[in-house]
Write a protein that binds this ligand. Structure first.
Ligand code: ARG
Length: 465
């Protein structure tokens, strides 16, 4: 970033005094919005093409503009472009460089356009690309989950409610729960894309423009679904950005829950999984430590993503129509949201295959905590007992087991018969972990067969098969 020599401002005509140096730096956005350069150039090329096709620019002017813009793009990419704070933002830096390089034709590029519709267009073009990348990143994580779920379709661990052992579940089924959450996240991103993909250009500063523009042509050139219906709305609202931020927050909320499970499961107290060394770090003082830093960091990053959502909502709140400078503040939270989301999804997808299940520890935990108590109640119901009575009977058996330090499956038939005469020796197959999970054999249930069927359907939904 250079400050000298100060280039002339593109809007300085009505001003008598120069901008205060601090105010200039304070109001500038070029330090962060230069990231939009390729979208700004893409939008300008389409705008110039449309202006020429409407006879507002000559063809030689159009060609000079397009060539000049492409050259600027190459210079930026080669690191050979001098961004100037005095030129405030990405838009005026590029326009000023264009005029410097091609002369008067450069000054005509801004005909029928304002930075207000320009910046709204740039962000939408940028976000449209990001949404595509993010959807692919979610898909990669989902694919990793499908592979892991297929491997672990028969693995049994305790399922929890209130973090207390509830009923045995298969690990494949558990992983497929995360798959489903992510599938909704991917849909939310796709849905957000529909509302992002609408073109502000032509709205100009706020009211439209007096030139005979063709907004449909510009929209088509930029791959937008359609031009925005209302110019005031087009330049001012950032609801599409808020919507993205909300979808990102929900996605991060899911990743934070998943992270929390990985953290708990990899603790010595649970010992359900081992995360490979590449996703953990050690402690500088405690030699025995292997910390699950990656899931912890993702859990932590959820905070800033939620913060950006509240930030953007508050930024937009109570803003009168139409464009206000407040909106310049939309970019940093948006960029940060997209960057951290992409990073979190990428590392998560790589972490899934690096999880090793400690099946014995999972099994042992499922054996403790009377995970098959509901199965015993269901068994009594099948023998003709009303469910409430069965619940009571099993409650007594559990109390006995707690006192004795034994699971239901570890009691003798005589002991069990003491709670209900209807219990026969066929009870033991329902009290086993395998019997319990395989009995939940309906769509959405935890039986291994159902897990395999759910994975097969999921592969079709993702278009993988
Ligand atoms: N840098 C500005 C932004 O990010 C561009 C639009 C400025 N428009 C204006 N009328 N000052 O919002």
């Amino acid at each position: 970033m250079s400050d000298s020599p100060a280039p002339e401002k593109l809007w300085s005509g009505r001003f008598n005094e120069p901008t205060d140096a601090f105010v200039e730096a304070f109001t500038a956005s070029v330090e962060f919005d230069q990231r939009l350069y390729q979208y700004d150039i893409q939008g300008s090329i389409a705008h110039a093409t449309m202006l020429a096709s409407q006879g507002i620019l000559t063809e030689p002017e159009r060609d000079a503009i397009i060539q000049g813009l492409k050259q600027i793009r190459s210079r930026i990419e080669a690191g050979d472009f001098n961004w100037s704070v005095a030129l405030e933002d990405v838009h005026m830096n590029i326009e000023s460089a264009l005029t410097e390089s091609i002369g008067d034709a450069g000054k005509k590029l801004h005909t029928g356009r304002s930075r207000n519709d320009q910046v709204a267009t740039d962000i939408r073009l940028w976000l449209r690309d990001e949404l595509g990348t993010l959807r692919d990143a979610v898909l990669r994580l989902q694919t990793a989950l499908l592979d892991k779920a297929a491997q672990e379709a028969e693995t049994i661990l305790p399922g929890f409610t209130h973090l207390q052992t509830a009923q045995p579940v298969t690990f494949g089924h558990h992983l497929m729960a995360w798959f489903e959450m992510l599938e909704r996240d991917r849909e939310r991103l796709a849905d957000c894309h529909r509302r992002v993909n609408v073109m502000p250009l032509g709205a100009a500063a706020l009211a439209g423009t007096t030139y005979p523009i063709d907004r449909h042509l510009t929209a088509e050139l930029l791959g937008f679904e359609r031009p925005a219906e209302n110019s005031l709305d087009a330049v001012s609202d950032r609801d599409f950005a808020i919507e993205f931020s909300a979808a990102a927050s929900i996605l991060m909320m899911h990743l934070s829950r998943f992270s929390e499970e990985l953290i708990i499961w990899s603790s010595a107290q649970f010992g359900f999984i081992e995360l490979s060394d590449s996703f953990c770090t050690g402690s500088s003082i405690m030699p025995q430590k292997k910390n699950p830093d990656v899931p912890e960091l993702i859990r932590g990053k959820t905070g800033r993503i939620f913060g950006h959502l509240i930030g953007l909502l508050t930024l937009m709140k109570s803003q009168p129509l139409a464009y206000n400078k407040d909106n310049q503040e939309d970019k940093e939270p948006l960029f940060d949201t997209a960057d951290n989301l992409k990073g979190s999804l990428k590392v998560f997808a790589e972490m899934i295959p690096a999880i090793t299940c400690r099946k014995e520890a999972m099994r042992e935990a499922a054996m403790r905590g009377f995970a098959t108590a509901t199965d015993l109640a269901d068994y009594l119901v099948r023998k003709g007992m009303p469910f409430r009575d069965a619940h009571e009977v099993v409650g007594k058996a559990v109390a006995f087991g707690v006192a004795e330090g034994r699971d239901l499956s570890e009691m003798s038939l005589q002991e069990l018969k003491g709670f209900s005469g209807t219990i026969g020796d066929d009870v033991f197959q329902v009290l086993t972990l395998e019997g319990s999970v395989s009995a939940r054999n309906h769509i959405g249930g935890t039986a291994p067969d159902q897990v395999h069927a759910a994975i097969a359907r999921a592969r079709v939904r993702l278009g993988l098969e």
